[in-house]
Design a protein around this ligand. Sequence first.
Ligand code: BTN
Length: 237
Amino acid sequence: MKLIHFDVINSTNTFLKDNYHNYQHLTFVSADSQTKGKGREAKKWLSEKGKNLLFSVLIKNEKLIEKYKTLSIVCGYSVLEVLMDYGLSNISIKWPNDVYVDDKKICGILLEAVSKQEIECLIVGIGINVNQKNFEEEYAITPTSIRNQLGKCIQLDKFKIDIYSNLISNFKLIEEDYDFYSQLRKYDYLKGREVFALVSNEKKLVKVLGINSDYSLSVITEGKKIDLETGQISFSL
Ligand code: BTN
């Protein structure tokens, strides 16, 4: 494990994408602020300088690359576990890997693959709102932070180590084929909800049945049950 920290960088994901060949498996890159923080679906990820946890982790282990669907959701679950230890309640995972508190988003995850002939590595970028109080931009989904949920600031450096440690323990468990499903399914935010999903390029109203054991999402649309894979869909609630 190697830890790198920047005061300012374009994006911790971009840094690792550009430099992955120089770094070992489980290199963690964090930053106080990002000038081009990236979210999923080409959205920006905004964060006040020094208030939140912004980091990416480089994955070069073959088994973890192979099990990328598990890796993706287990990253969200690992954040959820630490947030619980910090005393937050009503936390859930919005498939594929966002972490919500009540109906507000506290953590977003962007998983990127670097491929040539085959996948060389994965980069998991994680943004967790920690001590930021006000979110002034317009957000499609209301954001929250640990501070807003607990009514007090927490120590960012300690929180960072707690998150890194839990990710590393859970990555080991993935390598040992541990089954996270029975725990994780208890925190399924979308289960039972009706949402709009982009299914094969068409926006459709779907009823979510829940996360499957292979971490696809089971939904009913137009009377038919289908399983959605990450990347096929985008939600608007
Ligand atoms: C999303 O929910 O849209 C994903 C957000 C991911 C944000 C993190 S912050 C650290 C890392 N660097 C980036 O540019 N993005 C990810």
